[in-house]
Write a protein that binds this ligand. Structure first.
Ligand SMILES: Nc1ncnc2c1ncn2[C@@H]1O[C@H](COP(=O)(O)OC(=O)CCCC[C@@H]2CCSS2)[C@@H](O)[C@H]1O
Length: 373
């Protein structure tokens, strides 16, 4: 059953700096089940941070259920250019988010449920949480074969991934969050999680691709709504609490003071791209030349999302070295980003001789460079 929830009260009751632990050691409050009314990935990730930072979880574990509009979520130490098709994402208006937990890249849409299990660090137990999900699934469909793996995925029929896990462990609090594929767009998932970018080298965490399946495709009974209710019911039974899913609005600053600035930070270029571990790009591309093609080489080192070194090598007879060097030095310190590259190269072009053939080669080259970003 869904009931509206006033986090104002909850905030007063649960914030660790407001109330001593003993005051909520009462059997009616041994946990909470929350569900976000927002489908915005940044707001939902911000709420995770907010709960992690503000709520006293001793004797008060929390299950948070949330779903997002189409987006790709990379792990804290990942390189988005190695993990996904950023061109396609920009074209389709698919958001990219970097979460605070480690691990690989996943695709979310309204057919994917996210579950966050908040506990104290000492109560943190991913396998227990996954077993709870399995019990919930089996309560709906007893014949469903779902098993947790050593890497804390959930596998359907011993081979199809239906859930991936990541976690964040703080000094006192911790959370384990995982996905659950119910009816996600598998075509979008596989095309978005395929990187078209070549020649990137880095120490970023690589994802572990799997063959995935949606639960609803296995059994038409297993809709997102049914699954969320079943998991909430199992969580409530397990923690001896009321089976109420409390709806919350992660954009409500009065209930979660400071949450909007957390969401803003998660949306910033500096967090999403700038936090990419240092990487290098070494690639070549072909440009048309007199009924044939010639090759251009590009080397770049990128640190904090900014181009640290740039070495574009183009045959001198195609584009004079002096012109190429304008690009090489112009790129230094600029964002590894197609929008910034357009602005920069348009400004630089004004300093080049006003010759039509030169401008068109410059534009071809810049278009190719934007293509690696
Ligand atoms: N939504 C979803 N669920 C399960 N598996 C997925 C999903 N999207 C993609 N994949 C598959 O998992 C691999 C990556 O697996 P890998 O093991 O590398 O990474 C993960 O599983 C991370 C899970 C993070 C869960 C967080 C919970 C809330 S915010 S995101 C990818 O290449 C696909 O094959």
């Amino acid at each position: 059953m869904l009931i509206p929830f006033s986090m104002k009260n909850c905030f007063r009751l649960l914030c660790h700096h407001k109330v001593p632990t003993a005051s909520f050691r009462n059997p009616a409050t041994h946990g909470l089940i929350l569900q976000s009314i927002s489908n915005d990935v940044y707001q939902n990730l911000a709420l995770e941070d907010w709960i992690h930072d503000h709520i006293h979880l001793e004797g008060m574990p929390i299950l948070f259920l949330w779903r997002n509009s189409p987006c790709v979520v990379i792990g804290r130490h990942q390189n988005p250019w190695q993990e996904c098709n950023l061109h396609l994402m920009r074209q389709e208006g698919i958001k990219l988010a970097r979460r605070r937990s480690g691990g690989g890249t996943v695709y979310h849409d309204l057919g994917n449920i996210n579950l966050t299990f908040f506990t104290t660090k000492t109560k943190y137990d991913r396998m227990e949480n996954l077993k709870l999900i399995v019990r919930a699934l089996n309560a709906v469909q007893p014949y469903l074969d779902v098993q947790p793996t050593k890497k804390f995925d959930l596998l359907l029929d011993g081979q199809y991934k239906i859930s991936g896990t990541a976690s964040k462990i703080g000094r006192i609090a911790a959370y384990h969050h995982c996905t659950l594929l119910c009816s996600a767009d598998r075509t979008a998932l596989s095309s978005l999680l395929k990187s078209p970018y070549q020649g990137i080298k880095s120490n970023a965490t690589p994802s572990v691709p799997s063959v995935i399946k949606n639960l609803l495709e296995k059994d038409p009974l297993l809709s997102c709504e049914v699954l969320m209710s079943a998991i909430a019911a199992e969580y409530a039974a397990c923690h001896q609490i009321d089976n109420h899913i409390k709806l919350i609005n992660p954009a409500d600053e009065t209930q979660f003071p400071g949450i909007n600035s957390k969401a803003k930070e998660l949306q910033s270029w500096q967090w999403i791209y700038g936090r990419t571990p240092k990487f290098s790009v070494n690639t070549t591309f072909r440009v048309p030349y007199e009924q044939a093609h010639l090759e251009i080489q590009v080397f770049m080192d990128v640190k904090n999302g900014l181009i640290e070194t740039c070495d574009i090598k183009a045959p001198d007879h195609w584009l004079p070295l002096e012109i190429v060097n304008k690009l090489n030095s112009g790129f230094i310190g600029s964002k590894f980003c197609p929008i910034e590259t357009t602005l920069l190269t348009n400004i630089l072009l004004r300093t080049c001789p006003d010759e039509q053939h030169l401008h068109s080669k410059w534009n071809i080259l810049c278009e190719k460079i934007r293509g690696i970003m």
